[in-house]
Design a protein. Structure first.
Length: 319
């Protein structure tokens, strides 16, 4: 309740941050598991995950909202709730606030003691220029099916993207010459040229979903069908395989089908390589490890909705 109420205050002021919080959770879980490592800050000599290229566009306000939530939680029950769990709950509640499905979030993750290297980040975060084969080379080893991957890509039904993340479809990125991707619909491409007048534009942005940019629905898949998706990775779902194309068609035609598969994918993603028990810690502040990291021999056992206590170290479901 504390996570939800604090989050809703922030999103009532700026609903666009819902996309930033969902993206934070994704970038956390895909790199050494859902352990809050993306929230850690580093130094000039020891740069954190936030300094890796795929994370440079993570929203500063989204990180601040997580800190605000953590502060509120700590004020009520200090040393009980991890930053990794706060991030997972905030992503779920952001999706719901934007009009998407509600889903159970298993809790009990521990926070990592350190962050991953840039090379690990680069190896585990798919790029906007990825094709279908490259996407599945990252999703597949993590236990995701093709349907899971297409469903999770639907997170792009909210949010924005900087021009330099999709200008490979508008320009020769080496020479700057305008060369439109043939899989871009003409009027959509013309609009993108007006938004991104030159190659390597790191300032201007475009909505990921041109139909309902701040509402979590299935219109992203309609865009993909119409060749009006921003990223190569988005459009490849329709152009690279009839199997993935059929999944796009099913999600575009029925929002309920998309929501069901998205929930399954999110619950699965939220349990990637989680740390439990003495494997991690409960950070007091999400941006830094605790001053003296310890293996928590005595674990406060969370109470589930049945009123029974779960065994320490186990992930349990919280609706």
């Amino acid at each position: 309740d504390i996570v939800k109420s604090t989050l809703e205050q922030a999103l009532d002021q700026d609903i666009t941050q819902a996309a930033g919080l969902l993206r934070l959770h994704f970038h956390d879980c895909f790199v050494q598991g859902c352990d809050g490592s993306v929230l850690l800050t580093g130094s000039a000599s020891n740069p954190s995950e936030q300094e890796a290229q795929p994370n440079l566009s993570l929203r500063a306000r989204a990180l601040q909202i997580i800190d605000e939530i953590k502060t509120a939680v700590e004020a009520s029950c200090s040393g009980v709730v991890t930053c990794a769990d706060v991030l997972a709950l905030a992503a779920r509640d952001s999706v719901a606030k934007a009009g998407g499905p509600k889903y159970p979030v298993p809790l009990g993750r521990r926070d990592s003691l350190d962050f991953a290297s840039e090379s690990v980040v680069l190896a585990n975060i798919p790029t906007p220029t990825s094709n279908l084969t490259q996407l599945m080379s990252i999703f597949g080893p993590k236990g995701f099916s093709l349907t899971d991957m297409v469903a999770l890509s639907g997170g792009h039904t909210i949010g924005i993207a900087h021009c330099n993340s999709f200008d490979n479809r508008l320009y020769n990125t080496s020479t700057g010459e305008a060369i439109v991707d043939p899989t871009l619909e003409n009027s959509f491409a013309s609009n993108l040229y007006s938004i991104c007048p030159a190659v390597n534009d790191t300032v201007n942005t475009a909505d990921l979903d041109v139909l309902t940019p701040n509402y979590f629905d299935n219109s992203y898949y309609v865009n993909v069908q119409r060749n009006q998706a921003l990223f190569t990775s988005d459009q490849s779902l329709y152009t690279d395989s009839t199997d993935s194309g059929d999944i796009v068609d099913s999600f575009a035609s029925k929002k309920t089908v998309f929501f069901k598969k998205f929930v399954l994918g999110m619950v699965k993603m939220g349990q990637l390589e989680v740390l439990t028990g003495s494997e991690g810690e409960i950070r007091s502040k999400c941006s830094v490890p605790n001053p003296t990291s310890s293996s928590y021999e005595e674990v406060i056992e969370p109470i589930v909705s049945t009123g029974k206590r779960s065994r320490s170290g186990h992930v349990h479901s919280e609706l």
